[in-house]
Ligand binder design. Structure first.
Ligand SMILES: NC(=O)c1ccc[n+]([C@@H]2O[C@H](COP(=O)([O-])OP(=O)(O)OC[C@H]3O[C@@H](n4cnc5c(N)ncnc54)[C@H](O)[C@@H]3O)[C@@H](O)[C@H]2O)c1
Ligand SMILES: [Zn+2]
Length: 396
């Protein structure tokens, strides 16, 4: 079973990420091994949909390891990632009498993980946090790196903390039940990591999608391995993604705003400048975040090619890889100008200027100041990506 170690500045906070089919059966034992000997109580934070599927196994594993478990439910969806929910969870954690040596365990996608991690960082000024991510996006991206937070009236993820988990257990078996759209969204983030992480990671992801997907279900099919061998291949792919993100985080734990080199945490924002704008102009209703990243990557790559930074062949390869992930909801009717005018709201803009994460080649990012990207090129890049013929219309 692959294990990836995440090294952070304070070495006592280093943690392991275990990846494989069935890791949830080991949650109790793993927590016994990783956490304080005084740990007695666990608050298991989840939503009802995920808990119904995977809660019993996790609860059994925790109680078998002699932890006293209180289950805390939050609503399902991004709109529940709020202060109000965090406050409710804090109240229930206090009512369950968790002490400083106790732990919060998150079971769910990025929403549950971000919110539960946030609460774990606040309660008694910070208690042990363990993450059991159950979406592809959460397994390769949000569960690695210690960012927690909630959305507020001032923006998505506008309030949060850095609070590293003590342990992350990725159970690949949970991915079978993911909706097709959540699978596509997760694959888009995986393609993003490949596009900036190196050609090996990109090729590994693309080859996996090509071999394991099928025409109808595309990326969704790739998450239901049909043999031990396929399952091991999926675990290894996820481990490579986790290792990539862990490496970036180890280099730039707090996303230093002064940095704009090709190994800074900021490169993870590839595809996100346009994605955030696209999500905003469609009122966060039309696209899953990862789907918007699919379009955002295409836009950033189109811009890169128009600046003579990225070869046309690499742009084509990226396009066909995104198509392998599955269909994105159509975006041709979205007004390019409206997307353009939202760009400046991107929270990653520093000192009032926006930094574009572009590509020099597949696997090699380059951060470019907005003053070096002419407006007509941005406009043409966005327009072309929203009308990309390689992204077929949503069929279901
Ligand atoms: N902390 C970070 O570094 C970081 C990075 C990227 C994204 N994020 C955050 O992650 C969130 C998005 O996460 P997400 O895409 O996982 O969304 P999500 O948590 O809303 O999950 C998507 C849907 O899938 C369901 N679900 C979860 N696991 C399932 C399973 N195994 N089977 C069936 N259904 C399942 C959920 O209940 C939900 O309805 C956003 O809030 C984003 O801001 C955080
Ligand atoms: Zn993202």
């Amino acid at each position: 079973m692959p294990t990836v170690s995440v090294n952070v500045a304070r070495s006592s906070e280093n943690y392991d990420i275990e990846i494989g089919g069935g890791t949830h059966e080991r949650v109790g034992a793993s927590l016994r091994q990783a956490a304080s000997a005084h740990l007695r109580r666990v608050a298991l934070v989840s939503n009802k949909r995920v808990f119904k599927l995977y809660g019993a196994a996790v609860e059994t594993s925790l109680t078998q390891a002699r932890f006293s478990v209180t289950t805390v439910f939050i609503g399902d969806g991004e709109r529940f990632k709020t202060w109000r929910t965090a406050e409710k969870v804090l109240t229930q954690v206090a009512q369950a009498k968790l002490e400083r040596s106790d732990a919060i365990v998150a079971l769910g996608g990025g929403v549950v993980g971000d919110l539960a991690g946030f609460v774990a960082s606040l309660y008694l000024r910070g208690i042990t946090f363990v993450n059991l991510p159950t979406t592809l996006l959460a397994q390769i991206d949000s569960s690695v790196g210690g960012k927690t937070g909630v959305n507020t009236a001032h923006g998505k993820n506008s309030t949060g903390t850095f609070h590293h988990p003590r342990r992350v257990l990725i159970d690949t078996a949970t991915l079978r039940t993911l909706s097709r759209r959540d699978a596509v969204a997760g694959w888009c983030e995986a393609i993003k990591q490949g596009a900036i992480g190196g050609i090996e990671l990109f090729e590994m992801t693309r080859n996996y999608l090509r071999d394991a997907g099928d025409a109808d279900n595309a990326g969704g099919a790739a998450l239901s391995p049909k043999s031990e061998q396929e399952s091991a291949r999926l675990s290894n792919l996820l481990a490579a993604h986790v290792a990539f993100k862990a490496d970036i985080v180890a280099n730039d734990e707090r996303e230093n705003i002064e940095r704009d080199d090709h190994r800074s945490r900021r490169i993870l924002n590839f595809g996100h400048t346009v994605a955030h704008a696209l999500e905003a102009v469609t009122a966060y209703r039309r696209f899953r975040h990862g789907e918007a990243v699919g379009y955002g990557m295409l836009a950033a790559a189109e811009i890169s090619t128009r600046l003579n930074l990225l070869p046309e062949t690499d742009l084509q390869t990226l396009r066909s890889c995104i198509a392998l992930a599955g269909n994105l909801p159509p975006a041709a009717d979205v007004d390019t100008e409206a997307v353009m005018s939202r760009l400046k709201f991107d929270k990653k803009s520093v000192g009032g200027t926006l930094k574009w994460v572009l590509l020099k080649q597949l696997g090699v990012p380059q951060i470019v100041d907005e003053t070096d990207v002419p407006r007509h090129i941005i406009k043409a890049g966005i327009h072309s990506s929203l009308n990309a013929s390689a992204v077929p219309a949503l069929t279901s």
